[in-house]
Structure formats: C-alpha cells, structure tokens
Design a binder for this molecule. Structure first.
Ligand code: ADP
Ligand code: MG
Length: 729
C-alpha cells in the first residue's frame, strides 16, 4: 500500500514539461479554421446555394432537399480538405455532455471501387435510437425511434477528423429529447415577444437576440494522483478527504500568478478553442487552490451554448496532453469553493441596441425601464422554476452553502438602479411625462438614469442573479451543467412576460392613452408588484432566509423537491404559452431529472461503501494492530509498574476502533437505506428517499473516515490527500 502511495506522488511531480504547439500565425488567422463558417461556405458552395443557405439561416427557414444536397457536397469537400474522414450528428441528450455517432464518408461506388459520399439527406436528418438515451418514458408510450435534424443556425465543425453537425434530437412523435430543441424554441419566443416590445421604441427592429457569455470554472488535478482516487474517477468528486492545513484561507490563489504548467495547458486550450471558433478571451485563477476559469466573448445564446459544450469536451482532451485531469464537478473538494458557470445574459436588437443598457435619451431609458421591469416580473414569478433549472445532484452541494448560489433566487440591482426605481415608484405618472415643444417627450424621473459605466456597478457576489451594468449575471448555474437548461427557463419566462406586457400596453393605447404613458404605467405596475425579488443585501445571511420566506420566495433546498417547480401550474402554463414544452415533455423531463439524481447518489454511495470497507477499514485496522503490538511490547519491557506508558496508545487504539465500528455500522445502514429506496417505483419518491436517507449517511461515514485520515500513519493511507491533490506547482 505504501509503495503505491510513493509511486503515485513521485509520478505526479515527475512529469516533463509538455510543449505547446503554437501556430506561427496570429489567432485571427487560424480562428475558426475548423468551422464551416460563412467564409468557407462562400468558398465551397456555388453562389446560388450560398445565397439560399444564408437566407435560410438568417430567416430561420428550413432547407429544401435539393438545397441540402448542394450544401452537403460543399461541406464534404471542405471537411475532406481539412482531414475529416467521418461525419456525425452532434446533439445534446438529457445526460451530461454531448452525443455523437460517427459514420465514415466511405461508400461503394457500384463499380467495384470506393468513393467518399455525403448527401443532403445525411446532412439534414438521421435516426439515432431514442431508447438508448434518457427520455423519461416517452419512448414507452410512443416509438423508440428518434430523429436528429441539423440546426442550421449553428455551423458545422471538425473535431478529431470528424465533421460534426449540430443537431436537435426529437422523438418520432415530435417531443424534444434534448436541450437544443427547447432552447431554440425559447430563443424564437423571446425574439418574437421582445421584438414586439422593442418596436415601441424603434420600428426598424426586426429581431431581438438573446446573448450568453459564460464563465467556466474548473479544477485541475494531476493525472496520476487522480487515477489513484477511485472516487474522483467514478463520481468526479472526492467522497472523503480531510481538509489540508492550508486551503483558501490566505486568499492567495484568486487572480494569483498562474503556475507555468497550468499556463501551458491554458495556452493550448485557447489555441484549440480558437481553431474551433470559440472566442476564448479571459483566463485566471479562481478562489480555491487548483481552481481556474475561462471565459469567451459573449455570443448569440444558441451558439454560445454549443461552444460551451464543445469546450467542456475539448478541455479534458487538452488537459490529458498536459498530464492533468479536469474536474467540472460543482464540488470536487469539501472545505474549498466549488465551481460554477456564471451565465451573463442580455437581449439586443438587430439594430444594435442593447436592451438592458440605460441610454442617453429619455426614450432609451424608457426602453431600459421596460425591459428591466419585465425581467424582474419574470424572475419573481418564476423564481422557483429558475432555481429548478440550475438544480442537479452535483450542484446541490453548492446550493445553500455559503458560496454562490444561495438556495433562494433573488435579484441584485445596485444602488443607482434601485434609486431610479424608487423615484419612479413614488412619482405621479403625469408628473413624469411632459411634452415640451420641439424637444418632444420628456420623462423627468426616468431621464435621470445615469449612464452606467460597467466597471462602476457594485459587485455583489452573494446574489444569484445580478444586474451588472448592461446584462444580468445568472450565477447559480453549475460548472458541469448544460447552460441551455437555465437559458430555456429564463428566455421563455421573459418572453411570456413580454407578451403579456404587450397585450396590456396595447389595451391602454387602444383606450386612447399615449403610448409612452401606457408603457410607463405598465412598467411601473410591474416594478411595484415585483419588488419581492429585489434584494441587494447579503444572500448568505440567515436573516435573508427568513426575510425571503416572508416575501414568498421559494426557499426549498432539496433538489428532488425543487424539480417540482417544473410541473407547477404556472410553469406548465408559461411553457405552453411559449410553446417551449408541452406538459408531456415536462413530465418526461422531470422523470429523467429524478432518475439522474438517484443514479448519481447511488453511484456515490456504492463507491463510498467500497472505499470505506475495502480501502479505509483494512488500513486503519492494520495501523491499529501495529499500535496494539506496540502496547504489548511496552508492557513486556517496562512490566506492570509502568502501565501509564501505554495509556496514550490505548486511547488512540480505542478512538480508531470507535471510528472503524461506526463506519462499518453506517455503511451497513446506508446499504439498507439504498435498498429500501431502490424498491420504490416512483422516480420522484425514490430521489427524495435518496436525498433524505442515503445522503445524510454518506456525510456521517465521511466524517469518520476523515478523522481516521488524521490518525493513521501517513505512509499507510491509501488515497492521495487534499494537500497532494490541491497544490499544483
Ligand atoms: P466577471 O468575472 O467580472 O464577471 P468576466 O470578464 O470573467 O467577468 O466575464 C464576463 C462575461 O460576460 C464574458 O463572457 C463577457 O463576454 C460577457 N458579457 C459581457 N457583456 C455581455 C452582454 N452584454 N451580454 C452577455 N454577456 C456579456
Ligand atoms: Mg462573472
């Protein structure tokens, strides 16, 4: 056992530096070299095909079969010129990550030889077996077949000699089985509803675009140390491990200098990202030791999300080259911060206006107030749903802990915006709106919104949903999550709210009210009705928990119960209004969520049980025997008149025995709890049982193992410790 320990640590520090293959040219030269973007389309498609494809993309139209054939031919040529041999529909099933099934271009030519073939049919649609992916029972009721269909708004790309075609994944009967389909529906909706409202202010607006800028946090661990931790390998987190004497208390890691080994990895990752068209821009150390972040320039939400998913697979691949393993788990280590994925979100128009930017003119400011009020209303009404959208077994470790996010969704606005809202709420509307000859409309209170400088906005790290100057930062998303889940709920909720707003304003206008006054009146009503969600204080404090409950915000902290919010009547109605999910889809998806929750805990409980019984207890027992041996020898040599000499040893032996006994006992209880839960048919009940009965036992077992770690001879301890895992040099 001890030899393994030393070998592992030796290997960890014995890696030779890995050379990064830095291209001779500049990033702007190789950016997107593996993406079939418009430049490549222009080069590889004939003019008519190019025009028709671009038109279809811009106008969200379907491809005709003959057009698809033309596109496929050009795409195949481009892909082969860039070394591709296979093609794959790339989709986002309801598991973590992405799925792909590769097929070669190779075909018989019918004349005894072979050719490379790729037709419009293969480009546009495939039929992966839906039953192999989580579907929440949809395949039982209907058919096993599923369809993947090209999402032309996201360009194809090449990875590892395979042409990847971003696709949606739906069942035979049209229910979505993935994240992309509902995301596209939600984005369409917010486009429609947002455009209708944005046109009050500018008739030229034809589209409203949802933008997403994610910040991906992750941990790096040395690959050989990782391999010696079965819990990391199988669950992505350490199920045991005592805090090291030093962790993040000195706050010396955040924005500290990046270790050179890590910097080489980051450089490599950025180069690979850029080749794939991911506009990676920012990198830095995070708060915890070995924790880092990478963020790209924000993009249209669907593309940004594809890029995040792509990055999540790319990052592991690049890490391996550098003898690292990446941990995307939300809480790989107890006692230090976990990882999140802030989603910076905004809406903009095709005319270039950013709808959450306070402007210079009264009109711009009225627009700002309008969109702000609608977002507030949507977030307040759907705060439980938004929390459900970021909840998972893995993110549950962060929820409610004193690190973002608290288990309550609230909105931070900052002092300046708060003041504007308060002024508006206290003002008489007629007092606010004045018409002033040539200058036209005047909005007294609204016009005083200071133009916010981005860096000027107050920072409140404890808020899960914070206004940061021209966007909202949804901070509660987990590092391993598909951002689509949160983006679907948020964009759909805002779309639904904007549609209602439009109806209300139009009714006022129809009744003879001036447009601006009608808008301001409705916005004011929304602001007045939705102040409960607004909280600028400390989201981690206990007072806030009480206050939030008084305000009627959702305070549930148990993830399987949080999922209920998807099936609450107002969520079902909102998703129906927007056409994002049918009730059948919502039910099916919740089944998948509960099932995934249970499976994750089931695996963790098994791994923990195995490690406890097969790794920890044998080692602790062996050490105990050594001590017992020692006591016997002390007694033999010093005879009975020196009995006191052995007392300390005896106390240690008793303590070890106590921990061993408790661990065995609790593991047995955990097995019983698991078996009882496994018998339950209902997925929801099962997940709740895992949460209520299995999870607490895991914590107890861990507590005792961590105590043993402090007592047992370091050399005998079978697992790399936190101090070894956490400090890359
Ligand atoms: P911080 O860590 O201070 O929040 P970062 O620079 O790490 O900031 O990340 C900010 C993220 O927000 C980047 O991905 C950036 O592209 C994105 N972002 C900036 N402006 C917008 C916007 N208007 N809409 C969406 N995302 C934005
Ligand atoms: Mg941020």
């Amino acid at each position: 056992m001890s030899t393994l320990r030393f070998k592992v640590v030796e290997e960890a520090y014995g890696h030779k530096p890995v050379a990064v293959d830095i291209p001779d040219s500049r990033p702007s030269d190789y950016f997107g070299m593996y993406v079939f973007n418009r430049v490549q389309m222009y080069k590889y498609l004939d003019k008519a095909t190019y025009d028709a494809l671009v038109y279809a993309i811009d106008n969200k139209e379907q491809l005709t079969r003959s057009l698809a054939d033309g596109v496929a031919a050009g795409m195949k040529q481009w892909a082969m010129d860039h070394g591709a041999r296979h093609y794959s529909h790339w989709f986002h099933p309801l598991t973590d990550g992405t799925a792909e099934k590769h097929d070669g271009f190779i075909e018989h030519d019918g004349k005894g030889g072979m050719v490379e073939e790729f037709t419009g049919k293969l480009l546009v649609q495939q039929e992966p077996d839906a039953s192999s992916f989580p579907n929440g029972g949809i395949r039982n009721t209907f058919e096993a077949r599923g369809y993947s269909a090209w999402d032309i708004s996201s360009p194809a790309f090449i990875i590892d000699h395979t042409l990847c075609i971003p696709t949606i994944f739906i069942s035979y009967t049209g229910e979505s089985l993935d994240y992309k389909t509902p995301l596209l529906r939600a984005l369409n909706c917010v486009d429609k509803a947002g455009t209708a409202v944005a046109r009050y202010f500018d008739e030229d607006v034809k589209h409203v675009i949802s933008y997403l800028g994610w910040e991906q946090e992750y941990f790096l661990v040395d690959k050989s140390l990782y391999s010696a931790r079965p819990d990391l390998v199988m669950t992505g987190r350490t199920l045991m491990g005592h805090e090291s004497a030093k962790n993040q208390q000195l706050e010396d890691h955040y924005f500290g200098s990046i270790p050179s080994r890590v910097e080489a990895f980051m450089l490599d990752l950025e180069i690979e990202s850029h080749k794939l068209g991911i506009p990676a821009k920012t990198r830095h150390n995070e708060v915890a030791p070995n924790q880092f972040e990478m963020a790209p320039i924000f993009e249209e939400t669907n593309l940004a999300n594809d890029h995040n998913l792509l990055l999540m697979s790319l990052i592991s691949e690049v890490a391996h080259r550098h003898n690292f393993e990446v941990l995307l788990h939300e809480k790989p280590f107890a006692g230090v911060n976990g990882s999140g994925k802030h989603n910076n979100w905004s809406l903009g128009t095709d005319t270039g206006a950013m709808l959450f930017s306070p402007g210079k003119t009264p009109k711009d400011n009225l627009r700002f107030i309008t969109f702000l009020a609608n977002v507030m209303a949507a977030v307040q009404q759907h705060n439980a749903l938004l929390k459900a959208s970021i909840s998972s077994a893995t993110n549950e470790h962060r929820l409610g802990a004193n690190e973002a996010p608290p288990a309550i969704i609230s909105m931070f606005l900052g002092a300046q915006i708060t003041e504007v809202i308060n002024r508006l709420l206290n003002a008489d509307l007629d007092d606010n709106i004045a018409f002033n000859g040539k200058e036209g409309l005047k909005l007294k209170n609204v016009s005083q919104i200071p133009e916010l400088l981005l860096d000027n906005t107050d920072r409140n790290r404890t808020s899960p949903f914070a206004f940061t100057g021209n966007r909202f930062e949804f901070r509660a998303i987990g590092s391993s999550a598909n951002c689509a889940s949160a983006m679907i709920a948020l964009n759909a909720a805002v779309a639904d709210q904007l549609a209602k707003f439009k109806v209300a304003v139009d009714a006022r206008i129809a009744a003879g009210e001036i447009k601006e006054k009608a808008i301001l009146a409705e916005a004011k009503d929304l602001l007045a009705a939705n102040q409960a969600i607004h909280f600028d204080g400390n989201g981690y404090s206990d007072e806030w928990k009480e206050e939030a409950a008084r305000r009627g915000l959702d305070c549930e902290a148990c993830v399987p119960r949080i999922f209920d919010a998807y099936l609450a009547p107002q969520s079902v109605e909102m998703f129906k209004n927007t056409g994002v999910f049918t009730e059948v889809e919502l039910k099916a998806r919740n089944e998948v969520k509960w099932e995934m929750y249970t499976k994750k805990l089931q695996i963790e409980a098994r791994v923990l049980g195995d490690l406890a019984i097969n790794h920890i207890i044998p080692v602790a027992t062996r050490y105990q025997s050594l001590l017992l041996d020692n006591v016997m020898k002390i007694k033999a040599i010093f005879e009975s008149n020196d009995d006191g000499l052995a007392e300390q040893e005896k106390a240690t032996i008793k303590a070890i025995a106590g921990h061993i006994y408790t661990i065995k006992d609790e593991v047995a209880k955990m097995v019983v709890a698991r078996k009882a839960a496994n018998k339950v048919e209902c997925e929801r009940e099962k997940a709740i049982l895992y949460h209520d009965t299995v999870k607490p036992l895991m914590d107890v077992i861990r507590y005792h193992i961590d105590k043993l770690e402090l007592m047992v001879d370091n050399e005998m301890w079978p697992l790399p410790k936190y101090r070894e895992l956490l400090f890359i040099r």
